[in-house]
Design a protein around this ligand. Structure first.
Ligand code: NAD
Length: 349
């Protein structure tokens, strides 16, 4: 065993220099796939196992570019599978737990898979981390555990008052993580991040869902008056923050992550329409989501001051690039083919 300059306890293997062996769960999803790419791209000696069940939200295309990397391995499986998790944990020094059921609307329809994956799954991972004396158990949480607030900003010591079954399952998982820290001395880290945007997000979340609908010629359904507020952060900035907490964060601590970049859902919708060149007639106001949180005002001062993190992606630019990426993804292929055929015919004429 050796101590890294970051204070991280790492295992040497004879043939290779120091490396971190990460078991990353949910790495075929939106944020997990970006995080794996960040690790593989920045730490040539680190080893990554990606354990993902490939639910409807998991997509191996999100990690296709690194699938053959010698330091990367994909395992299809469930984080509630004790045997499998134990075997994979024996090959790792740290677990970073992204795996979760994540869509609020689905949790309102049926909370059961949220409780199973988000709570039981977290417990199974922590048991394995304890058994194999991991150096870190990193739990990726969300700002939604705080519930909503119109005025005061949430700091890490603010009470958890989740409002949706999704948020409640994430808060329950966090309480379990805190209990394992206190009772078993598990070396835990927790982050609570605001809304992410960027490529690879499953098209049920606002930005990809709306672009997909617009590209299909449909209207976009905005809940109630669209005045619910979210704080938007580029997914790569989130990944850099996680990396920093992983290597330099203080064991047992919780860190908020957010850009202090708040916009109403209506502003975000109009921004998407502007970028794609559609008029505001495409907006359709629909009945509100039950229990809809109004605002999650995250205070990210702690990670900024203590670890020196700050967002680097300019919102105007990062958001426009994301929408363009989604436009390409959701442009009907047949439409593109017809345009090409049409162009060729014109060139021949
Ligand atoms: P996502 O829905 O895109 O991906 C979740 C991944 O977990 C999928 O690949 C899915 O196949 C996998 N998964 C689900 N159940 C599993 C199980 N039982 N075993 C193994 N794998 C399983 O989610 P995301 O948006 O990338 O979010 C990742 C994490 O970040 C979640 O824990 C979420 O709560 C948190 N988070 C997300 C946001 C956001 O804006 N998307 C913000 C803050 C925090």
């Amino acid at each position: 065993m050796a101590e890294h300059s970051s204070g991280f306890v790492l295992k040497y293997r004879r043939s290779s220099p120091i490396c971190m062996r990460l078991l990353i769960t949910g790495g075929a999803g939106f944020i997990g796939s970006h995080f794996i790419r960040h690790i593989i791209g920045n730490y040539p000696n680190d080893q990554v196992i990606n354990l993902d069940k490939l639910t409807y939200a998991g997509n191996l295309e999100n990690v296709a570019d690194i699938a053959d990397h010698p330091h990367y391995r994909f395992v299809k499986g469930d984080i509630t599978d004790k045997k499998l998790v134990d075997r994979l944990a024996s090959e790792a020094d740290v677990i970073v737990n992204f795996a979760a059921e994540t869509h609020v609307d689905r949790s309102i329809e049926d909370a059961t898979p949220f409780l199973t994956t988000n709570i039981i799954g977290t417990q199974v991972l922590m048991e394995a981390a304890l058994r194999h004396k991991h150096a870190r158990f990193f739990h990726i949480s969300t700002d939604e555990v705080y519930g909503d607030s119109l005025e005061s900003r949430f700091v890490e010591s603010s009470p958890l008052r989740p409002n949706s079954p999704y948020a409640a399952s994430k808060a329950a998982a966090e309480h379990l993580v805190a209990s394992y820290r206190r009772t078993y001395d598990l070396p835990t880290l927790v982050t609570r991040c605001s809304n992410n945007y960027g490529p690879n997000q499953y098209p049920e979340k606002l930005v990809p869902f709306f672009v997909k609908k617009l590209m299909a010629g449909e209207k976009v359904p905005v809940y109630k008056d669209g005045l619910n507020i979210r704080d938007w952060l580029h997914v790569t900035d989130h990944c850099k923050a996680i990396d920093l907490v992983l290597r330099k964060g203080k064991i047992g601590e919780i860190y908020n992550i957010g850009a202090h970049n708040e916009h109403t859902n209506l502003e975000i919708t109009k921004r998407i329409l502007r970028i794609l060149g559609f008029s505001e007639d495409r907006i359709e106001f629909v009945k509100d989501r039950p229990g809809h949180d109004v605002r999650y005002p995250i205070d990210a001062t702690k990670i900024m001051k203590e670890l020196g993190w700050k967002p680097t992606v300019n919102f105007d630019k990062g958001f426009a690039e994301t929408v363009e990426w989604l436009r390409n993804k959701f442009t009907p292929k047949v439409h593109v083919r017809n345009i090409r055929i049409h162009r060729k015919a014109r060139q021949r004429a």
